[in-house]
Design a protein around this ligand. Structure first.
Ligand code: VG1
Ligand code: CO
Length: 548
């Protein structure tokens, strides 16, 4: 074997964010950039010699080249086997599933998720541990520390025994002393999902001539999964899946399933002749957007609806152990948990914080306001899973999406909810805005604004109930006496300037008021957020870039 010890130097800025390291493709293409980060991952792990690594990505530009590089490095570093998805494809939840099922040591997923792709777009890389979930902060901190002191990386000499591996066809290859298995990226995941849902019942509904769905894969990774599961296994017409071929630049789109970027789906679902059910997923297949006929389901509501109806679904009929949501996600799921008499948890933003709760059997369902929902079947959020969960509920209840959500509000009350994103804001201005908010926290409680009074104000800190680890500075929370809430955070996934996220929530128990338009219902809170943080003045923006 011709292992090379390539000399290198630390490269600044390789700190993983909310979900791995995300940078422009052009940054990742710089000499040693990817290699340094991959070696830093390996150097922060112990005991992987002779074990299996899972590898795949969302198919975006640079995916295939990066996979060849990582394969050589995995071999040189001593892995015995790499399982890589055919075509370099593995959705994030499928990678999680494969890691768990094949008892791999861990996995590397190449994705910048909802960020745009292509030569001028974004690229990303994240490491998942043996439980199938995103590496916890302890490991991402160690990776970052290693990037700052790296002096060499291990790889194979391409001119000698390191041929490009054919990723297009299923098969087994040798690379140095390591085996590379090119696996079907869909099979394991589809098989697992079939154990959780009533495929017979869903299939019968999808084959009905009077029931139509539209799934928008946004030219990202879920196309092959949707074809296999919705069309081949469940019998939906092929036209039910749109934008189903993964493209390196996502067809020029922004693979973020929200009303702004999933424009084609939303248009279809708001026509007079709309399908009965619509859904979209993101770049790496872990997010979901659920749309009924002329009716968009807010992700926070979706989590609550799934929890309240889980007893109808075979995989969850035995009951839920608990429900967990990220801090900015609305408290709608907490109300369901209270009614069911089960625990609810509030974690910082990012799926890595759910891992311990799932492993310890404290939570069964987890969700984030950013269109991520999942369960203990894997250790990632799972877009296709969420779609199947909704379809199974629709099949069991025989009601429309809108009827189910309105009925939910009547039973539990409605948490009006919206997130306002200010994307690509000047970083210094965004940091100053947050610093000023932080400084004002102590003086806010008791202050009266219009009809409401500030009841609490803090910077969210989380102590993991399983391992006791502490995560601080996870977002500014302003709680009002009425029960309404405003949260301010800076995104940890963007690659240009800063993205300010403002999360707004108001609870309304009165069913007669559930029909109010969301932005109208939240108008006083929106104005208060601006007053407290000086958003318009500090960012120079009159309105948010994206409202979800
Ligand atoms: C965003 C979302 C967060 C999600 C993360 C990764 O993070 O807010 O809820 O877990 O993206 O999702 P941030 O730091 O930009 O707010 V994915 O599907 O892009 O991997
Ligand atoms: Co994603």
């Amino acid at each position: 074997m011709n292992v090379i010890k390539q000399a290198t130097q630390p490269i600044a800025g390789q700190r993983p964010g909310t979900s791995g390291l995300r940078k422009k493709v052009t940054v990742f293409q710089q000499p040693h950039y990817l290699e340094n980060f991959v070696q830093a991952i390996f150097d922060s792990l112990e005991g992987f010699t002779g074990t299996t690594l899972v590898l795949g990505g969302d198919g975006r530009f640079h995916n295939l080249a990066a996979i060849q590089t990582i394969l050589r490095m995995a071999s040189a570093n001593g892995f015995a086997r790499v399982l890589v998805g055919q075509g370099g494809i593995l959705s994030t939840p499928a990678a999680s599933c494969v890691i768990r099922k094949r008892q791999a040591f861990g996995g590397i997923i190449l994705s910048a998720s909802h960020n745009p792709g292509g030569p001028d777009g974004d690229f990303g890389i994240k490491y998942n541990t043996g439980n199938g979930g995103p590496a916890p902060e302890k490991i991402t901190d160690a990776i970052y520390a290693n990037t700052q002191k790296i002096t060499r990386y291990l790889t194979l000499d391409v001119t000698l025994d390191a041929p490009e591996i054919d990723l297009a066809t299923l098969g087994t290859h040798t690379l140095g002393a390591m085996r590379v298995e090119v696996i079907d990226p869909v099979a394991d995941h589809a098989e697992l999902l079939a154990t959780l849902f009533d495929f017979k019942r869903i299939g019968a509904m999808l084959r009905r001539p009077d029931f139509r769905i539209c799934f928008d894969a946004m030219h990202a990774v879920t196309g092959p999964y949707a074809h296999e599961i919705f069309v081949k296994r469940l019998g939906a017409p092929a036209a039910s899946v749109i934008n189903g071929v993964p493209l390196p630049d996502f067809g020029g789109g922004h693979p973020d399933p929200n009303p702004t970027y999933a424009e084609e789906l939303v248009k279809t679902m708001f026509t007079a002749d709309a399908p009965d059910f619509g859904a979209a997923s993101d770049g790496d297949g872990d997010r979901n957007m659920i749309v009924g006929q002329r009716f968009i389901v807010t992700p926070s509501d979706s989590l609550a609806v799934l929890a309240a109806n889980a007893h109808l679904v075979p995989g969850y009929a035995a009951g839920l152990k608990g429900v967990a949501r990220s801090m900015p996600t609305s408290a709608a799921a907490d109300r369901v948990a209270a009614a069911l008499g089960i625990a609810s948890f509030e974690t910082p933003t990012g799926w890595k914080f759910f891992g311990n709760l799932l492993d310890a059997g404290k939570a069964t369902l987890c969700g984030e306001e950013s269109a991520g929902t999942g369960s203990d079947h894997v250790r990632e959020k799972d877009g296709i899973w969420a779609v199947l969960f909704w379809l199974d509920i629709l099949a069991a209840r025989g009601e429309s999406v809108e009827e189910i959500v309105r009925d939910h509000w009547r039973r539990f009350g409605r948490n009006f909810y919206s997130r306002h994103d200010y994307e690509g804001v000047d970083s210094a201005a965004a940091n100053a805005l947050m610093a000023q908010l932080r400084d004002s926290l102590a003086t806010l409680p008791g202050r009266v604004f219009g009809a409401d009074t500030v009841a609490s104000a803090d910077d969210f800190a989380y102590t993991d109930p399983v391992d006791g680890s502490l995560s601080t500075a996870q977002g500014i929370r302003i709680g009002l006496a009425s029960g309404s809430r405003i949260v301010f955070r800076l995104s940890g996934t963007g690659t240009e300037g800063a993205t300010l996220r403002v999360y707004l929530e108001r609870f309304e128990p009165d069913a007669a008021k559930h029909g109010i338009e969301t932005q109208e219902a939240l108008a006083p809170l929106i104005a208060l957020a601006d007053q407290l943080a000086g958003i318009r003045q500090r960012t120079g923006r009159e309105r948010p870039t994206v409202i979800t």
